[in-house]
Design a binder for this molecule. Structure first.
Ligand code: MN
Length: 530
């Protein structure tokens, strides 16, 4: 079971008693609280008014309760929906939204106007509400009751116009929300609601992400840079830095017995591909990564970080570039970015949280556009990194190799090698354009390469960007996308678009509908819109 699941139950990010730095008790408590189990729930708030009498309101409440029961029983939602009392006044609306703000377990509110609910009543509550908002535009009955419909029925079941009144004020106030349209019992609607819940989790959790940078970004590289102050304003990310030698102390302090036990685990879990190297020397190199895995994780948990960056050119007293160790930590749910890329580290962390506990999840990782296959009809981008690709994306056997890095001046690092799953996925790149952040989201089709690549000692994926290599790569470059991406098989373009919208940043999508003429116009128009 991936360890990330445990962060919901509290065992993943327990903070040690000793906090390494000068953290006051209040701050330590706040950090601890931010790390603890979140048993997230979503509130279901039905709007109405008292114009039609108590009998009607009784039915409204009954219908809402049945809808909530049906949604919870559907098996399509990752989180529980909680039915709240029907809202019929400005005071109750305002109080409910503020209670939602203050309830640490509430990750968002789902609203629905069963009858007409005059929307001026909603203004103050909406204005003060700070969490993800969904507008479920549904009605209790699926079909018109042809034989029995009368004016009483019409007055009682009028979300068709009540939801328009409500929607008007949300639009007028410029509040971001997800609108889902259709009968609440339909699988499509339930799946859309479940999908939005994961986006909402990404929005709520974003303000808890803490990134630990060992060293700075790689010198001279543009696209991994960014405004950390603005990132904290927009996304809530805390982005700190340490000397890598602060980490070395932790790594060196790991008990030999713990290292040996973890090496045993590696040897039992992964195929050893020694390629003729001395077996003792191979094992010693693997042990360096085991020691790093334990030391880095201890540093991160003690100091309450969820994501980490390294830099191959800034290794201080580390014997090897963290490879296998970082791959394993990513698999456990930590975000990672290479060469100091804190934007990717934070995005990988968030996307791992958004996909945690998905049954049969296919994986989420940092990736890097490395090299192309440009043979007509077989075009694709080979994805890899020096070492650090998360094995959650692997398909088939995972091996360990020890090979030279061909960069830097350290020992040959041990790394996990594998190829990745096939199927649709998304690659995301958050770039800082100087005046704003832009999230690029590319729908990609992952494939197997035609032939094995026996000499390539890294985990890889291979994909063709939608709509095809020519347009996909053109659009990516036009939009300023990076070579590092946060990649997932388990999230959709729509989920990431909605996340960006909730964060108040620009997003651009590259998918089957992209054509370069329109895409250029969109980028030009966005310059004035953001
Ligand atoms: Mn890189």
């Amino acid at each position: 079971m991936p360890v990330i699941n445990d962060c919901r139950t509290g065992s993943f990010f327990q903070i040690g008693r000793e906090v390494n730095h000068n953290v006051c008790a209040a701050e330590a408590a706040e950090r601890e609280e931010s790390m603890q189990t979140k048993n997230y729930k979503f509130w279901f708030c039905t709007g109405s008014q008292d114009l039609y009498g108590d009998e009607c309101l009784k039915k409204v409440a009954e219908h809402s309760a049945k809808i909530v029961d049906g949604l919870n029983a559907s098996g399509k939602l990752p989180f529980e929906v909680v039915c709240k009392p029907t809202l019929i006044s400005q005071a109750s609306i305002r109080k409910t939204f503020n209670d939602a703000n203050n309830d640490g377990d509430c990750a968002g509110v789902i609203t629905w106007m069963h009858t007409f609910s005059p929307a001026k009543m909603w203004i103050l509550g909406l204005k003060e509400f700070k969490k993800p908002l969904c507008h479920l535009h549904t009605q209790f009955n699926e079909e018109l009751p042809y034989d029995t419909i009368d004016m009483d029925f019409m007055n009682e079941n009028q979300s068709a116009h009540g939801d328009r009144e409500y929607g008007h004020i949300v639009s007028r106030m410029g509040i971001e929300r997800k609108i889902i349209v259709g009968h609440w019992a339909s699988e499509r609607v339930q799946e859309q609601l479940g999908s939005w819940m994961r986006t909402a989790l990404g929005v709520i959790e974003s303000s808890h992400v803490r990134v630990c940078r060992f060293g700075d970004n790689m010198n001279n590289v543009a696209v991994t840079e960014g405004d950390k102050v603005e990132a904290q304003i927009k996304f809530g990310w805390e982005i700190d830095h340490y000397s890598v030698n602060d980490l070395v102390e932790y790594v060196d302090a790991v008990a030999q017995g713990d290292v040996d036990a973890l090496v045993e685990e590696y040897y039992s879990k992964y195929k050893i591909i020694d390629e003729g190297r001395d077996l003792d020397e191979f094992r010693r190199h693997v042990a360096v990564q085991a020691r790093q895995e334990i030391g880095i994780e201890k540093f991160l948990t003690e100091n309450a970080y969820h994501a980490v960056v390294t830099h191959f050119g800034m290794l201080g007293g580390l014997q090897q570039l963290p490879g296998l160790s970082i791959q394993r930590l990513m698999e456990k749910g930590y975000g990672f970015g290479a060469e100091g890329d804190w934007k990717v580290a934070a995005m990988v962390r968030l996307m791992k949280l958004m996909t945690a506990d998905i049954k049969d999840a296919k994986g989420t990782s940092m990736m890097e556009d490395y090299t192309y296959n440009l043979v007509p009809g077989k075009e694709g981008i080979l994805q890899a990194h020096m070492l650090e690709v998360c094995p959650s994306v692997a398909e088939g056997e995972i091996g360990i190799k020890v090979c030279p890095l061909s960069m830097g001046n350290r020992e040959d690092p041990a790394r996990l090698v594998f190829t990745s799953k096939t199927g649709p996925a998304i690659a995301c790149s958050l770039v800082d354009l100087g005046t704003r952040f832009r999230l690029l989201i590319n729908a990609v089709d992952c494939k197997k390469v035609e032939k094995p690549m026996p000499k390539l000692p890294v985990g890889t994926a291979f994909w063709t960007p939608q709509p095809n290599m020519e347009i996909g790569a053109t659009a990516w470059i036009l939009a300023g996308g990076a070579h590092h991406t946060a990649f997932s098989y388990d999230l959709t373009v729509e989920q990431m678009e909605d996340w960006a919208a909730a964060m108040g940043i620009e997003s651009v999508v590259i998918d089957q509908n992209t054509n370069i003429r329109d895409f250029k116009k969109e980028l030009r128009w966005n310059m004035t819109a953001f």
